[in-house]
Ligand binder design. Sequence first.
Ligand SMILES: [Zn+2]
Length: 329
Amino acid sequence: MASKKPIQSLRITNIIRVCNQHHHSMQRFVEAVVTEGKPIRLDDPFILHLSQRICNVTERIETICQSNNAFPADLPDRSYRAYLWLRFLSQPEWLWQHLSTLADLIQIFRQEKKKHKQKKTALQIYIENARYLFRSTLVNKTCQLHISEGFIAADSEINISLIQTLFIKNKDDLFKIRQFNHSEAYKHIMQTLCRYTEQSSLSTKGHLYDLKRIFQRVNRQYFRNSMQPPRLIWSSRVALRRLGYYHPDTDTVTISRALDCQSVPLYVLEYVMYHELLHKKLGLKMVNSRRMAHTRQFKRLEKKFIQYQLAEKFIENIHADGKTTHLLM
Ligand SMILES: [Zn+2]
């Protein structure tokens, strides 16, 4: 099932670099403020200047997209997420909350460092529009902590748990962090951040199929056009294991590029799209204190797809090589 890469012609090369520069300058500023014991003030000249720079970059990205008859959501995934992050921080209240969280984390880190007697460890924090909750890596004796922007809604208790994971990982901290990940406060930040999903066919068009048109057909037929369009992307790899995936934080449906080929009938793509849109519609349900995606209600609705049997059979055959067992996520 070889298929060619979809055409992705819209690229802006230095968005990630610009974001990293902002991360570094924000941290330098916040380190100094924390050392002086001052609060973060929105009218601080550094913040006013930073805010202006962020607005300028955001506008520049939008202008480039417009001149290509495209939208920021047509950019490759990383660039698009970076754009959303910049756009989010171009609003002063969010920028303030972002910097205040950074200050809290830095303060906690300094205290924990003393407790654990690790004088030499340095920390660089990236609170960003990440696809994951958090992760840390050690680069040239500096610990790089990447945290999802959703954590700017967290209180100090969660921040302590996050910083503690850098020293000793324990189940309680990880449990608290996961609980927070499912909170309304976290969701609110991610929903505010991940708007502007409008796309042109520049990024939804594959080699053969256009995800935007498939979405429109499924939305019309099964949801009476009530579904707000999510962002639609082809997977970066030709994945057979995962044919489709819905990411609720970023409101993104990813469809495997393996399906973008002549041997796959349209109804299979529509079925995978329908499955992922059901995830968007139904969300996760608590069943016996576990979060379930494929509930009974989900499975009942899934069977309403007209060619359900045919599509399931086709997918089973894709996996008949024995390497993979299932299917849609
Ligand atoms: Zn699923």
